[in-house]
Design a protein around this ligand. Structure first.
Ligand code: GLV
Length: 330
């Protein structure tokens, strides 16, 4: 059987590229930017598989334009960039990278929580400005992390990993989710289930860990900010459109909430100029899973899905495994 031809839409860690090259003929997009839709389609015309990033939108129209592609492996756990039902209808397997980035992303969420709560962005900018005049008793007073109430919106793997970190700071943890966690899990994490309203009203820190779905789009809007404490800090490491960015900028500017820490934005890679002009927001460039080890594991999982598919084995983290099963049955 000829070697499968694979297009990889960016240079990814060797942990993914090396096994892919062992088993497949691999073409890697050489530029340090996402391919445009047309460039992606052109590159995939003669390919059997696509390894892509969350910056590539693979919808029904793209799938129809690349009919030779049988598997799309996303190097990300979030897959709002993929139209899985369209792929299922087209007989294309799609996969993501669950399970390997929870701890790394929770680390970053907690780092953002500390940075935004203790005003570390402002403090760092002050030091670099050369205008620090020395220790000041009224200088840069922020919010305590220890013993504060942390509200976790979305209590999946990453939300729970954040709760474990909070325990070390004696935080009181409450969470909301469509379905409450099993009682033993919640008890083990010392986490109390509350509804969204109560969480917004009573949390000192609100951290978002939901997938982007029609039901979570603009989940945090002007109405939500109005319910939050004036001293509250919002953390978002999930997906940008979960927060209405214009409403967030207004809430931070008007003092409706105290601060925010963001890793994701509504219209990446653009951020609203109002946000960028504010001191009380920490802005990171979507690096939640960006540790050397974790990005390597993500690349490797994507590669393993492609390799398994062409070896006639079930892709380990397929989002629509029924497509592979149908094909295997003949
Ligand atoms: C990153 O945002 C991911 O979904 O993996």
């Amino acid at each position: 059987m000829p070697r499968p031809r694979v297009f990889v839409s960016r240079v990814i860690p060797d942990a993914g590229l090396i096994p892919l090259r062992e088993h497949c003929d691999v073409e890697v997009w050489p530029h340090n930017r996402a391919p445009s839709r047309d460039e992606l389609i052109a590159a995939c015309r003669d390919k059997d598989a696509l390894v892509c990033l969350l910056t590539e939108k693979i919808d029904a129209a793209v799938l129809a334009a690349i009919p030779s592609v049988k598997i799309v492996a996303n190097v990300a756990v979030g897959f709002d960039n993929l139209d899985v039902p369209a792929a299922t209808a087209a007989g294309v397997v799609m996969s993501n990278t669950p399970g390997v980035l929870d701890e790394t992303t929770a680390d970053l969420a907690f780092a953002l929580l500390m940075c935004a709560g203790r005003r570390l962005g402002e403090a760092e900018r002050l030091m670099r400005s050369g205008t620090w005049t020395g220790w000041g008793i009224m200088q840069l007073m922020g919010q305590d992390i220890n013993h504060a109430t942390l509200g976790i919106v979305g209590f999946g793997r990453i939300g729970r990993a954040l709760a474990r970190r909070a325990a070390g700071f004696a935080m009181s943890v409450q969470y909301t989710d469509a379905v409450p966690a099993p009682a033993d899990v919640a008890a083990g994490l010392n986490a109390r289930f509350v509804d969204m309203d109560e969480l917004l009203k009573t949390s000192d820190f609100v951290s978002l860990h939901v997938p982007l779905l029609p039901s979570t789009h603009h989940l945090i809007d002007a109405k939500a900010f109005a319910k939050m404490k004036k001293t509250a800090v919002l953390i978002n490491t999930s997906r940008g459109p979960v927060v209405e960015e214009a409403a967030l900028a207004a809430a931070l500017r008007d003092g409706t909430i105290a601060a925010a820490g963001l890793d994701v934005y509504e219209h990446e890679p653009n951020i609203s100029p109002e946000l960028a002009a504010l001191e009380n927001v920490v802005l990171l460039p979507h690096i939640g899973s960006a540790s050397v080890a974790t990005r390597g594991k993500m690349a490797e999982i994507a590669a393993r899905n492609v390799i398994a598919y062409f070896a006639g084995e079930a892709p380990p983290t397929a989002l629509n495994p029924e497509v592979f099963e149908r094909r295997a049955k003949g």
